[in-house]
Design a protein around this ligand. Sequence first.
Ligand code: JB3
Length: 220
Amino acid sequence: MNDEPCPIVMIGGGGHASVLTDILRNQGREVLAVISPEDISKRSVFDGIKHLEKNDDILDFDKDNVLLVNGIGMMPRSELKQKITEYFLLLGYRFETVIAESAFISPFSIIEEGSQILPMAIVQTGARVGRHSIVNTGALVEHDCNIGAYNHIAPNATLCGHVKTEDNVYIGAGSTVIQSLKIGSGAVIGAGASLTKHLKPASTVYPARVEIKVEGKRRT
Ligand code: JB3
């Protein structure tokens, strides 16, 4: 029985994919190929890794002998990541869950398949991160949070205890969600915002803007 971890095929070759590839190479994982329609040669993290351009190139790999990592990031209301994930799932491929060495994951938390926990992120006891979600660099998911599928908790965002999100929620960089709030599917919290009330599905919260009045001129 070969206990070598399955080699990886990376989907996407941009910023998010390069961060994930860095994590995987640092963990000694073999990345067999990057599948991306765009050129990847400018990113040295991909040096030595085969570049394929079409999603169907995945068929060169036996679905029982590789794991995929979806390196396409998640921007507010973009369905690309989910569409591409489901395309490969339908072909019978499975996704690896990626957890950076420097992330703190409570042994009493649940990280579902395909999720990605990036460096210095924290997932506390009793929390659940739903499938194919990203907890980005330095983000904090406090105790008993329940995060849906295809969420993006952007860098340095803070979710206090017992926060519940539905699917496809985007929580912007440096934002804060206070304890026990519920966030509906497709909602977006802008970078730096502080959420103090439940958020309905598909709604957006922007950070309060500070207006600075300089004699005669207004700057925001
Ligand atoms: O905010 C942070 C820390 N990271 C952001 C991340 C979460 O999302 C980052 O700043 C970007 O905003 C975004 O990262 P991403 O997705 O890497 O963005 P970009 O650098 O534009 O790379 C998108 C990659 O997806 C490119 O390599 C595209 O070629 C690839 N791509 C787009 N459509 C695709 C497809 N690749 C495949 N295989 N199939 C597609 O259909």
